[in-house]
Design a protein around this ligand. Structure first.
Ligand code: NDP
Length: 479
């Protein structure tokens, strides 16, 4: 076997990796042990700031294969023909917990996929829930604070969560999802993924459609009971991470079928539900699922830090044929996600191998901390120019989006009861046993909130479904 010399960062071979340089055999360590200094200094900086949300995660490489023609809705090259394959990287995560927290906590699960398309990277950054707690990004930091820790004790707080939720009734639909058995999925392979937000498709005729993405697990939905999730948090806090890694290692490649719901652009003005309200689904009866393709995860990372931890996803990473929508939460994430990555990984994070697109990147961005490629070499870093510099592609201009009204701070324009309707629909579609689990899971948390908070929250549950709210009220009385 060929010897691999151990070296310092400058390439100099290391003569001794076991003994520090000391003044005599019992003397103090010498300043001039530059190898020791470098080794400790690097070790001290091994951790980078963790994501403020979605800190604990696991990921894998994969392939997306188109199985159905949707070119009438989008010109995105990734969907251009049936059978076409695109390489991907997917990261799953919990939301509120820190990087070492338990995988089985009751929490939404992040489901983020980067598609390395021939037109650049497209990130679908969703969750395992089709909806979200809030719909205005101005509330996002407040909401996340309630999922984190109290300022004095550094403890998590049921009271804090329910205080915020009871004052934000638009959260009721997502609360019902979170406290149902789907709130503790059995690993990452047995849950669905959803874009949650509404995005847009643009077709070859420059027509716009609103779109929601669904990724349905082909392993089947499987959830953990609340007791089992709590037990696993103790005996194997990395339960989901291990499950994914081991399955792929054994060649059991998990798959999800991608579907879309499509709404022609102008129908948004007529539809009874505000299609840009992320606390609502589009009922399947109104907008049926259209099959698109299969996402398969088939290769584990070889280095967790460089592939999973440094993976940086953002809904702002889009490609021609896939666009945004006026969904306010989506608009907020367009700033918040890349901003987190700039803070966490540095302004040049898109040059990291896991984030780098397969296509050439040509622009005038230069310099910045940790610019580790050739920094554009000697090419001009401005445009327009008489020289052969990168230029724009006007044929990719999206159709204009009609906007009217006065700039102001508006609440969502749904009627007062609409926050409760879909939460009630979800409660009513659950089996009797699932309803019992849901009520028990809520009581197990709401019982720790102050009575004034319980009272307001129970009133919300009753508006969704009288039996739902009454069962919770009874449960709290007997807790
Ligand atoms: P449908 O009867 O057409 O759809 C109900 C959907 O609910 C199913 O397709 C399934 O979504 C999901 N579901 C089934 N069992 C459970 C369960 N035990 N826990 C959580 N979700 C479950 O009715 P609608 O489309 O009108 O939706 C009714 C309610 O279903 C909504 O208010 C929403 O809460 C929930 N739902 C709706 C989705 C949608 O996009 N329309 C998506 C997910 C949930 P899936 O196939 O995605 O697993």
């Amino acid at each position: 076997m060929k010897k691999i010399p151990l070296t310092m960062a400058n390439g100099k071979p290391v003569d001794d990796n076991q003994n520090s340089l000391t003044a005599g055999s019992r003397g103090p360590v010498l300043m001039q042990d530059v190898y020791l200094q470098e080794k400790l200094a690097h070790f001290d900086r091994e951790e980078i700031p963790e994501r403020i949300v979605h800190a604990k995660g696991a990921g894998a490489h994969g392939t997306f294969t188109v199985t159905n023609d949707i070119t009438q809705y989008t010109k995105a090259a990734i969907f251009s023909e049936v059978g076409k394959q695109t390489r991907t990287f997917t990261r799953f995560s919990t939301v509120g917990g820190e990087r070492g927290s338990a995988d089985t906590a009751r929490d939404p699960r992040g489901f983020a996929t980067k598609f390395y398309t021939e037109e650049g990277n497209w990130d679908l950054v969703g969750n395992n829930t089709p909806i979200f707690f809030i719909r205005d990004p101005l509330k996002f930091p407040d909401f996340i604070h309630t999922q984190k820790r109290l300022p004095d004790s550094n403890l998590k707080s049921h009271n804090m969560m329910w205080d915020f939720w009871s004052k934000s009734p638009e959260s009721l639909h997502q609360i019902t999802t979170l406290f149902s058995n789907r709130g503790t999925p059995d690993g990452y392979r047995h849950m669905n993924g959803y874009s949650s937000h509404t995005y847009s498709f643009i077709n070859a005729y420059n027509e716009r459609f609103w779109v929601k993405f669904h990724l349905k697990t082909l392993q089947g939905i499987k959830n953990l009971s609340a007791d089992e999730a709590t037990r696993l948090a103790g005996v194997n806090p990395d339960y989901a991470t291990e499950d994914l890694f081991v399955a792929i290692e054994k060649g059991h490649f998990p798959q999800w079928k991608m579907y879309v719901q499509i709404m022609p652009e102008l129908e948004a003005n007529e539809y009874a539900i505000n299609p840009f309200d992320v606390t609502k689904v589009w009922p399947h009866g109104d907008y049926p699922l259209i099959e698109v393709g299969i996402l398969e995860l088939n290769k584990n990372p070889t280095n967790y830090f460089s592939e999973v931890e440094q993976a940086a996803f953002s809904p702002s990473n889009k490609v021609p044929g896939i666009g945004l929508s006026p969904d306010k939460m989506l608009q907020g994430r367009l700033f918040s996600y890349p901003d987190t990555q700039r803070y966490r990984l540095g302004v040049n994070y898109n040059f990291l191998p896991i984030n780098r697109p397969d296509v050439e990147v040509n622009n005038g961005y230069r310099n910045g901390a940790m610019r580790f490629d050739d920094n554009g070499g000697n090419s001009p870093n401005y445009e327009p120019s008489h020289y052969n510099v990168p230029t724009e592609s006007p044929e990719l201009h999206e159709p204009p989006l009609h906007i009217d009204g006065d700039a102001d701070r508006y609440a969502y324009d749904s009627d007062a009861n609409s926050d409760f309707v879909q939460a009630g629909n979800l409660y009513r579609l659950l089996s009797e046993n699932e309803q019992k689990d849901l009520v028990a899971n809520i009581v197990g948390s709401l019982q720790y909130a102050e009575p004034m908070i319980q009272e307001l929250q129970i009133a919300h549950f009753k508006k969704a479904d009288l039996a739902y709210g009454t069962a919770i009220e009874e449960g709290i009385k007997n807790a």
